[in-house]
Design a protein around this ligand. Structure first.
Ligand SMILES: C[S@@+](CC[C@H](N)C(=O)[O-])C[C@H]1O[C@@H](n2cnc3c(N)ncnc32)[C@H](O)[C@@H]1O
Length: 347
């Protein structure tokens, strides 16, 4: 049985828990939620945890019944720790582990420096000042009568996707993209349109959840589309998805031809402006309503809460808002809006 802890974007805990339950069912027990964290006992293969798409990072937790970290240097505890590190490293390709990072309150104390150096010596890894491949966190147990060592199960956070070979300013956190697309209840018959797709995060994460009958990403910016193309290729979806230089407010698509629409809209800060959003949002919502089939699902992310809610009120006849999720990401608290196309015609 493994004691596992996952970091999750605040606000997404219930959705990450849902993914964990779906994937692992009875292999998981004693699940607890805290803001930004999920803890569980897991009786399955550790490698399977690396497949989770809605968690930022996953850790194996080892609890030591010791009063002070110094005791971890004792033979029995240190051997147990080294065995755990070996087991974790065996989950990924060996060349991905070059550096080690020990993160703890008071990590510059002489005891923790000694612990870090001894670990580096025995693992053959170089000490990294901030981002390390082998990330080890040390903290007190909640009851404060022992210590917990958390070892990250992957050399990079799970949110850092291998498919992201092209970075794009304002690109969406992939775990949030995955949850957004889960909310649309993916089906292999879906015709999916990711408007304002940027580097393609939503489209790619959608295709990891389920195949689609049609998958299109569109953006006005050619550079963004080139970036999305590279990412789609790296993800292995270049043949199943199309990218188009289309304006989201005037789409060359037939009325009622799309089942799922999604977008991470310009927030009006890094990308776009509030003034341009005042024009973009109502037009985009109206055009989305035109191309959406009756019952189509739409999932949007924005930080422009007041504007978005005003626009949804304006289009309440054609888009029925079914869920709003507040999420903390990149120092902001944007909202995910999930809506369903009614059968009413667009007037
Ligand atoms: C926040 S970014 C999307 C980032 C994307 N989710 C990613 O992960 O890379 C918003 C995108 O909207 C695009 N955009 C703005 N107005 C548009 C319009 N009228 N039609 C299509 N795309 C538009 C911008 O070019 C930009 O790429």
């Amino acid at each position: 049985m493994f004691d596992i802890e996952c970091d999750v974007l605040e606000g997404l805990e219930p959705y990450a828990l849902e993914e964990i339950r779906e994937r692992f069912g009875r292999l998981c027990s004693s699940m607890t939620l805290q803001p930004g964290r999920i803890r569980a006992l897991y009786a399955g293969e550790l490698r399977q945890v690396l497949r989770l798409r809605s968690v930022l990072a996953a850790y194996l937790v080892i609890t030591y019944d010791v009063p002070r970290p110094r005791a971890l240097l004792g033979h029995q505890h240190f051997t147990r720790l080294l065995k755990t590190l070996e087991m974790v490293r065996s989950l990924s390709r060996p060349e991905l582990y070059r550096t080690l990072r020990l993160s703890a309150a008071g990590e510059d104390s002489s005891v923790l420096i000694r612990l870090k150096e001894t670990l580096a010596h025995h693992t053959g890894l170089a000490i990294a000042p901030d981002e390390g491949d082998l990330l080890i966190r040390l903290r007190r147990t909640i009851s404060r009568d022992g210590w917990e060592v958390l070892v990250r199960l992957s050399p990079r956070p799970l949110a850092t996707r291998e498919w992201r070979v092209c970075n794009w300013p304002g690109s969406l956190n992939a775990t949030l993209a995955s949850v957004m697309m889960r909310l649309t209840q993916p089906s292999a018959t879906d015709r999916v349109l990711n408007v304002a797709c940027g580097s393609g995060t939503l489209l790619i994460e959608r295709l990891f959840l389920s195949p689609a009958r049609l998958a299109i990403g569109c953006d006005l910016d050619l550079e963004a589309l080139r970036c999305a193309q590279r990412n789609l290729e790296a993800a292995g979806f270049a043949k199943v998805a199309r990218l188009e230089q289309w304006d989201a407010t005037s789409l060359p698509l037939e009325t009622g031809s799309v089942d799922v629409l999604c977008a991470d809209l310009p927030f009006g800060q890094l990308i776009g402006s509030h003034r341009s959003n005042e024009i973009l949002y109502p037009r985009l919502i109206a055009e989305s309503a035109r191309v959406a089939a009756p019952g189509a699902r739409m999932c949007l992310l924005t930080h422009e809460v007041r504007l978005m809610e005003r626009v949804f009120e304006q289009y309440a006849g054609v888009w029925a808002l079914t869920n709003v999720v507040r999420v903390r990401t990149g120092g902001m608290t944007p909202r995910v809006y999930l809506a369903r196309r009614t059968t009413a015609p667009l007037s």
